[in-house]
Design a protein around this ligand. Structure first.
Ligand SMILES: NC(=O)C1=CN([C@@H]2O[C@H](COP(=O)(O)OP(=O)(O)OC[C@H]3O[C@@H](n4cnc5c(N)ncnc54)[C@H](OP(=O)(O)O)[C@@H]3O)[C@@H](O)[C@H]2O)C=CC1
Ligand SMILES: CC(=O)N[C@@H](CCC(=O)OP(=O)(O)O)C(=O)O
Length: 343
């Protein structure tokens, strides 16, 4: 299937190129760059110098002629503009940004502080978390790939809500991300000297992924969900660790809850339940896996869920390819079964 990547000089774009190159059914037809059109791919990404591609201008009409599937790996606000034009050309669109994840345009405007896409397109978009919303994704023409933090959080949280095991109004989510989560843009706060040997919270007073987490959680809970979410920046390249804490509604043992998770994710090839030891970001690095561990503290009646992903894989490009596989009826694992990179 002929594929275009818009935003191909960014980290998400580079990961998409790597995955599409190794995919049995996807073919890289166009690499779009608004800043480096005419340059060789190897100028932006020397590690891909074996691939003889040149970046092309953003030209919607040409994409219309040369590609069937378009991945948008662009900053917020861009796909809201481009997607209606691409859909008008009949293209299948998978958007890695937050532009189509929230159904309520006013909520997007509040949290992202920019104009939302038109309601018509927000209504058409399907939230692309394949483990939970596969039926809708199979027939979708516009897939809103989830955010990195929401992916790690929801894969850990939704089984508990589905089984009514926790108080959904008292969820505490402590999240930590590697620096590639912020993209390849130049930013003083992301300099080596500011990030290295440092651990710092950010957006403590409100992160744009809060409404996304609550929106998906409410679908499973059937009731209002409120989360207290605080992200932290960690001096490493890739990886997200989410630690989620909630009071349990009844008494369960860790073994019982682990068994429940095993059943829920029995047919999910990318979710690995960690039964002994604890999840760690290195164990999923470079892969599309999400590792989940749980612990019930019988003394306090609280559960801790620990969930890890590689933000650029299951948190972005890997999940986008997983959505393409599902939408096209290919094997869920097509082009995605790379083992994690270790050490
Ligand atoms: N990094 C991560 O872990 C995750 C990122 N995301 C989301 O995915 C999207 C991409 O993220 P990421 O790759 O990290 O970001 P980057 O900043 O690394 O790359 C974004 C790319 O978008 C292109 N771009 C910028 N402005 C425009 C424009 N006006 N029109 C078209 N293209 C433009 C640029 O490429 P060029 O100059 O070549 O056009 C740029 O390289 C973002 O929305 C992000 O929030 C989601 C989950 C995880
Ligand atoms: C480390 C870091 O800065 N991470 C980013 C993740 C951005 C992202 O994925 O945001 P959208 O897709 O919702 O735009 C952040 O916390 O804002």
């Amino acid at each position: 299937m002929k594929t275009a990547v818009i935003g191909s000089t960014g980290y998400g774009g580079a990961e998409l190129i790597r995955l599409i190159e190794g995919h049995p059914h996807l073919e890289l037809a166009m690499l779009i760059s608004t800043s480096q059109a005419g340059d060789a791919l190897s100028q932006a990404y020397p590690h891909l110098r074996h691939l003889a591609y040149t970046f092309q201008e953003l030209d919607i009409a040409q994409i219309g002629q040369e590609a069937e599937l378009v991945f948008l790996a662009t900053p917020p606000g861009v796909s809201g503009e481009l997607t209606p034009q691409l859909r008008a050309q009949g293209k299948l669109v998978i958007d890695l940004s937050g532009d189509f994840r929230l159904k309520d345009g006013r909520s997007y405007e509040d949290w992202y502080n920019r104009k939302a896409a038109p309601d018509k397109w927000l209504a058409e978009a399907v939230y692309g978390l394949p483990e939970w919303f596969a039926e809708e994704i199979r027939t979708a023409d516009l897939i809103a790939n989830p955010g990195c933090y929401p992916t790690a959080t929801l894969l850990g949280l939704l089984p508990l809500l589905q089984h009514r095991m926790i108080d959904q109004r008292a969820l505490v989510i402590d999240a930590k991300s590697g620096v590639t989560g912020a993209g390849r843009k130049v930013d003083q706060s992301l300099l080596f000297s500011e990030v290295n040997e440092n651990l710092r919270p950010y957006k403590v007073d409100g992160h744009q992924h809060i409404p996304e987490i609550e929106q998906a959680a409410e679908r499973l809970a059937g009731a209002e969900v409120r989360v207290r979410f605080v992200p932290h920046l960690v001096p490493m390249n890739r990886g997200i660790l989410v630690s989620l804490y909630a009071p349990m509604l009844h008494k369960y043992t860790t073994t019982e809850v682990l068994h429940m998770y095993e059943e829920v994710y029995e047919d999910a090839p990318f979710v690995r339940i960690v039964e002994s030891g604890w999840p760690s970001t290195k164990a999923v690095q470079g892969s599309n896996f999400c590792d989940i561990g749980v612990h019930v503290d019988e003394r306090t009646g609280w559960i801790t869920v620990l969930s890890v992903i590689d933000n650029l894989m299951k948190g972005a490009a890997g999940q986008a390819v997983q959505n393409a596989n599902l939408r096209m009826g290919w094997a869920a694992t097509a082009g995605l079964m790379q083992s994690p990179l270790f050490p």
